[in-house]
Design a protein. Structure first.
Lengths: 314, 388, 91
């Protein structure tokens, strides 16, 4: 995979063109919009995007206006991976038949955590198994934000949402976040990565690597939502940074089944530093926070173990 | 070209191959399976240069076709009954997004109970989906309509996907005589697809934006008007096909209607059996005829009225029930075509639920039952032959 | 200005990329970012983190916010390593 190594974004080669344009209807401080804008910069103009119903779709395509600078199609909520499979298949055969000029065009599917982990999981699994040359980006704001902050299977343990409110019988979401990157890894695809907008060059690098790699690629992008997570709009990036620094959302790449952890520091900060910035965790008692910390520590150990068993050799 | 004996499904696969389809996405479901099996053989052997996408559900099958058509590829899918039901969300979207493609619906009962056999409950599920819809009566027609479907749906005056209703088992699995076309003839009739809009980085467009209430009605009206206007193109292209092959297809096809007092009205392959009964009754001196309704959407109101105005009573052969409602959907629509006119009485027979056979004798019986049923209202439909 | 049904392209396709730029999302804000140029070291971090893509590089390498679009979220001010950006109440 030496070719992938060569792909790296820094200040020097930062693309200046925008393909997710101003005037979109995102909330102030939308972390997902930051991540998407950066991802689109990394992908460039020779990209076709299939998008699920959700925040990104709604803020960017209010007829007759569009915030997209690349060809873009929205069909439904649960079929992003199927639609982009159709795009990829079409381009493949049309180029082969000479009806469309041969050119590298990135086929990118974009969906939220709802449209990926829940209703979209079947289509994603099918597309990954069939081996289409696509990139799937899951923008994870940890709930069904566009419809009003309802829980998804990507909502973290203990989080308040409108359908997992804390009360007498529960302390918020009482199940643990579904591990989507692991599901993608289980499909034995060439490239899986996690990314956070707090590490913009790392995010852009991973998106581009996923696009360039031959075969299916999956990048899971942490997307803070100040509206749904109940934090001030200027804290989205700090929250995204703390998620990584506390190990709640560790950064790693799995290239052909070989693991590479890209955590900025070896030591993890206590999860409380991450949780206390967000109103959706305000109701948590000490016992629950300890439980969350225990789980984060366990997952971190598991991750390090996997990386040591199947390390990616540079 | 010489006539050959082909299984209906194989005839369809042949037509798809000859149409130089680019992307095929399908999920297996009885009785559509032979179509997709044949197609995957053709792709693997190199006979058909296409991408065969073995999707993980019918919902994804049509989604793949949408993604492909949006890029300018000629796309094909086929399904039946419950598969169509799962696909239904996307069926409405394909037509509203004005994406040309052809789907063969191998008509099968919707569950429950589970049954693999043929009726039109699946067709009626997508009655309002905005697709151009035709019913074929035999394997030759199924073969022909694949080419007609692409030619019509890809026409820039149309841009509406084309659904071919083909009775499951009766047509898909029966071996019938089919006259295939020479490839040069097909190529001349069906040039490569030139999309009006396509996903292309050199011209970035947005497809599938959301629309607010203050503009939505206009979008829907535009779609409705387009479907209605496609009637002209359909008739024009079917006429051309007649000149090319000698097989003239019309929105409605009449048999022995000139002086008919009673007329059967059929949709799909059951009409061919009714035709035998009509010929038998004519020999007995009965003034009876048959109308085969071929074009379901856009509904041929004018043609129907023109041809049936003088008939005393229509015996509609419906193949699905509208539970708790006005009987079968075909009778409902035909009745509405004569609203406020001095038109024929409509007697609604629901025949062949889930593939129960109807012989020419059955149609003769229906003809004999008809006079007592003339004054019945819409809620008095008869499920023919049901065991009381 | 609403379109008649005849003016709508098939499938309600939108053919003008980036037409969202018509909307003055700047009307949404309560606060506006103000840069103290003396403190700015032109690192461009504010440019990276703006959700609107409203921050642009000027000729002399500094970064300004396009007030037509700036929603006043304050991310640039909060993330600036030099503390060169302050959010000022709109009057």
């Amino acid at each position: 995979m030496r070719e992938l190594e060569k792909i790296r974004f820094t200040r020097k080669n930062l693309p200046r063109e925008e393909y997710f344009l101003s005037g979109h209807r995102g909330c102030q401080g939308c972390g997902e919009a930051v991540a998407l804008r950066l991802a689109m910069k990394a992908l460039g103009k020779d990209t076709i995007v299939a998008c699920a119903t959700g925040c990104i779709e709604i803020i960017s395509s209010p007829f007759p206006e569009t915030a997209w600078g690349v060809p873009w199609i929205h069909v439904a909520f649960e079929n992003t991976a199927a639609v982009i499979s159709g795009v990829e298949a079409a381009l493949k055969v049309l180029m082969r038949k000479g009806r469309v000029p041969e050119k590298k065009i990135f086929c990118v599917g974009i969906a939220g955590d709802g449209g990926t982990a829940d209703i979209g999981l079947q289509a994603l699994s099918g597309a990954l198994e069939r081996g289409h040359d696509i990139l799937y980006l899951c923008f994870d704001n940890e709930a069904y934000m566009n419809t009003g902050i309802q829980r998804s299977s990507a909502t973290p343990f203990g989080a308040w949402t409108t359908t997992s409110p804390p009360g007498k019988k529960a302390k918020g979401q009482m199940t643990w976040k579904k591990n989507l990157p692991e599901i993608a890894i289980a499909h034995n695809i060439p490239y899986v990565a996690t990314a956070s907008p707090a590490y913009p060059y790392d995010l852009m690098t991973k998106v581009r690597r996923g696009a360039e790699v031959k075969g299916p690629a999956y990048v899971h992008i942490f997307s803070p939502c100040p509206t749904g997570w109940r934090c001030p709009s200027n804290l989205s990036i700090e929250v995204a940074r703390l998620a990584v620094e506390t190990g709640v959302f560790p950064l790693f790449e799995v290239i052909d089944g070989k693991w590479r952890i890209n955590q900025p520091k070896k030591e993890l900060k206590p999860v409380e530093e991450y949780l206390k910035l967000q109103g959706r965790f305000r109701h948590l008692d000490e016992e629950t926070i300890k439980l969350i910390q225990k789980r984060v520590n366990e997952e971190w150990e598991k991750l390090k173990k996997k990386a040591s068993l199947f390390p990616y050799e540079e | 070209m010489k006539r050959v004996a082909l299984e209906g499904s194989v005839a369809v696969a042949e037509a798809v191959r000859q149409s130089n389809v680019d992307v095929i996405a399908a999920y297996p479901i009885t009785p559509q399976t032979h179509i997709v099996e044949k197609l995957s053989e053709m792709v693997v052997s190199g006979e058909l240069d296409a991408e065969f996408v073995p999707v993980e559900s019918e919902h994804s099958a049509l989604s793949v076709c949408i993604g492909a058509s949006a890029c300018g590829a000629r796309a094909f899918t086929a399904t039946s009954g419950p598969g169509l039901a799962l696909m239904a969300e996307i069926v409405f979207i394909a037509s509203s997004m004005r994406l040309p493609m052809v789907m063969v619906l191998c008509n099968r009962t919707l569950s429950a109970p589970l049954s693999i056999w043929n009726d039109h409950s699946d067709a009626m599920l997508v009655r309002d989906s905005g697709w151009i819809q035709v019913f074929v009566n035999n394997a030759q027609e199924a073969y022909d309509h694949v080419f007609l479907g692409y030619r019509i749906s890809e026409d820039h005056r149309v841009l509406i996907p084309y659904m071919i209703h083909m009775d499951g088992f009766f047509l898909t699995h029966a071996i019938e005589p089919v006259e295939p076309l020479d490839q040069e003839v097909v190529d001349k009739f069906l040039p490569p697809y030139q999309p009006l809009y396509r996903l292309d980085p050199s011209n970035p467009i947005t497809m599938g934006a959301f629309v607010m209430p203050d503009q939505y009605a206009e979008v829907k009206k535009a779609q409705d008007e387009a479907l209605k206007a496609s009637y002209q193109v359909i008739v024009e292209v079917w006429e051309k096909w007649g000149e090319l092959t000698g097989r003239f297809y019309k929105p409605v096809e009449s048999f022995y209607l000139e002086d008919a007092e009673y007329a059967f009205l059929s949709v799909g392959s059951y009409g061919e059996v009714a035709q035998e009964a009509v010929e038998f009754l004519r020999k007995k001196g009965k003034k009876v005829g048959l109308l085969k309704l071929r074009l379901w959407r856009p509904f041929p109101f004018e043609e129907l009225r023109k041809v049936l105005m003088g008939v005393k009573a229509l015996l509609v052969i419906d193949r699905a029930i509208c539970p708790g409602g006005p009987g079968g959907q075909v009778a409902l629509e035909v009745r509405s075509a004569f609203y406020k006119m001095d038109g024929p009485r409509v007697v609604d027979f629901i025949v062949g639920i889930s593939g129960r056979d109807a012989t020419p004798e059955d149609y003769v019986k229906m003809f004999e039952m008809a006079p007592e049923l003339l004054e019945k209202g819409p809620e008095d439909y008869i499920i023919y032959g049901v065991k009381e | 200005m609403k379109l008649s049904w005849r003016e709508i392209k098939p499938g309600a396709v939108i053919t003008e990329p980036g037409s969202s730029r018509n909307l003055r999302t700047g009307d949404w804000r309560n606060e506006r970012p103000v840069v103290e140029k003396e403190k700015c070291n032109k690192c461009g971090i504010c440019y990276l983190f703006c959700p609107e893509g409203a921050i642009y590089e000027t000729e002399d390498g500094y970064f300004e916010s396009h007030l037509y679009y700036c929603k006043g979220c304050g991310l640039c001010a909060h993330e600036c390593p030099q503390g060169a950006i302050k959010m000022v109440l709109e009057v």
